[in-house]
Design a protein around this ligand. Structure first.
Ligand SMILES: Nc1nc2c(c(=O)[nH]1)N[C@H]1C(S)=C(S)[C@@H](COP(=O)(O)O)O[C@H]1N2
Ligand SMILES: [Mo]
Length: 327
C-alpha cells in the first residue's frame, strides 16, 4: 500500500479498526482483519454480553481518602462509572480486541504464583511475589478519571499505592532516567497473544520523574475489591493524566533504564501515539479530534481537560517542552 493509500484509509476507517486491517494487509493475520467496524459504537449502544463478573475478594485495610485526610488530588468530584461498565467495556488486547468480550475471554485467568521482577539501574533489584509487593504499603482508594485515546472516559475508584513506594524500595541509581514496564507473556493464559494483532508482550514506559509522581498508581483493586482479570489483575499501572494505553495491565517486569524504552502503541503507529501521550484536547489524533469525550454511562459529550484535569499537579513536569512535538 502506498503512503497516499494509507493516509486515505486512515481518513475513512474508524479508530480501532485501522490497525487490525493494516496488520492484515502486511501479511499478518486473518482473524484480526475480521474484527468489524464500530466496536466502540456497538458497546456504547449497550450491546454487551450480560455475564456477571465473579466477585473478587475484598481488599483488607483499604484506606478511604476521608479517613487518611489525603489531598483531594486523589479524588474526583464526578459520578463514578458503574462497576458493570468498568468490567465489561475493556481494552485488553491480550484477551480480545472486542471491548465487550474481554470480560468473558479473561474469566478464570490465573494469577497464582504471580511475580514482579524489578531491576535494571537500581541498587537492590528484587523479584517480589504478590504478597510481598502488596505489603509495601496499605492500599488507598484513589478516584481517577481514565481517558482512552479513542475519546471515551470513565471515573474509577482504584485501590493501590504510589509507584514511588516500590521504586524507592529498590533504590534507583543516579543514572536511571526512565522506567520500562512489561505485561505477562503467556499465550496459554492470554489467548489473543497467539495472534499478531500487537507485538507481544505489551510494553510501556515513563520518564523517571513521571513514574515517581505521587499520582502514578500501582493499582491492585477497584471498587474496594481485588482487580478483576479484565482490568489488569493482579497488579497494573494507572497514570491518570495520560491516555489509557499508558496504564499497562498485569505487570510482571519493571526495569529502570537510562534510555527511553520502546512502547507498544508507539511501535505500532509512531505518528499517532507518542511516548508521552499526555491527554491534550488541543492536539488532535491524526484521525479524530481529542477536544471532547464520551463519558461511559452518560449521554452527550464532555470537554476533554488538559492533562485529563490533573494540570495543576503535573504540568510542571513538562515545563519548556513543546507538547505538540512531544505528544
Ligand atoms: N497489557 C495491556 N495493558 C493495557 C491495554 C492492553 O491492551 N494490554 N489496553 C490499554 C488501554 S488502550 C486502555 S484504555 C486501558 C483500559 O483499562 P480498563 O479496561 O481497565 O478500563 O488499559 C490499557 N492497558
Ligand atoms: Mo485506550
Amino acid at each position: 500500500m502506498t503512503r497516499q493509500d494509507r493516509d486515505l484509509e486512515r481518513e475513512i476507517t474508524p479508530p480501532e479498526v485501522f490497525f487490525n486491517r493494516r496488520r492484515f494487509l502486511r501479511g499478518g493475520l486473518v482473524a484480526a482483519g475480521a474484527v468489524g467496524t464500530g466496536l466502540l459504537y456497538r458497546a456504547l449502544n449497550g450491546v454487551a454480553t450480560d455475564e456477571p463478573t465473579p466477585e473478587q475478594p475484598k481488599l483488607a485495610g483499604l484506606e478511604k481518602p476521608a479517613a487518611t485526610g489525603a489531598p483531594t488530588a486523589y479524588t474526583v468530584d464526578e459520578p463514578l462509572t458503574s462497576l458493570r461498565d468498568i468490567t465489561h467495556y475493556n481494552n485488553f488486547y491480550e484477551f480480545s480486541t472486542d471491548k465487550d468480550e474481554v470480560a468473558s475471554a479473561a474469566r478464570g485467568f490465573s494469577t497464582a504464583d504471580w511475580r514482579v521482577e524489578v531491576g535494571g539501574l537500581v541498587e537492590k533489584p528484587r523479584t517480589f511475589d504478590l504478597a510481598d509487593l502488596l505489603a509495601l504499603a496499605p492500599p488507598e482508594e484513589r478516584v481517577y478519571r481514565l481517558r482512552c485515546v479513542e475519546a471515551w472516559s470513565m471515573v474509577i475508584p482504584w485501590a493501590g499505592f504510589s509507584l514511588s513506594v516500590l521504586l524507592n524500595a529498590v533504590r534507583p541509581l543516579g543514572s536511571a532516567k526512565y522506567v520500562a514496564f512489561q505485561t505477562l507473556l503467556d499465550p496459554t493464559r492470554m489467548p489473543n497473544q497467539s495472534t499478531a494483532v500487537l507485538d507481544w508482550p505489551y510494553v510501556e514506559g515513563l520518564r523517571l520523574d513521571e513514574a515517581m509522581h505521587p499520582l502514578t498508581l500501582l493499582a491492585s483493586g477497584l471498587y474496594g475489591r481485588a482487580l478483576p482479570p479484565q482490568d489488569g489483575a493482579p497488579i497494573r499501572l494507572v497514570v491518570p493524566w495520560k491516555y489509557g494505553f499508558k496504564s499497562i495491565k498485569s505487570l510482571v517486569r519493571i526495569t529502570l533504564t537510562d534510555e527511553e524504552p520502546p512502547t507498544t502503541w508507539n511501535l505500532q503507529a509512531p505518528d499517532e501515539y507518542g511516548f508521552f501521550a499526555n491527554v491534550n484536547p488541543n492536539v488532535a489524533h491524526p484521525r479524530w479530534s481529542q477536544a471532547t469525550e464520551q463519558r461511559i454511562g452518560e449521554s452527550g459529550r464532555r470537554e476533554t481537560l488538559l492533562f485529563n484535569g490533573y494540570a495543576e499537579q503535573v504540568a510542571s513536569l513538562y515545563r519548556g517542552m513543546d507538547l505538540r512535538e512531544h505528544f
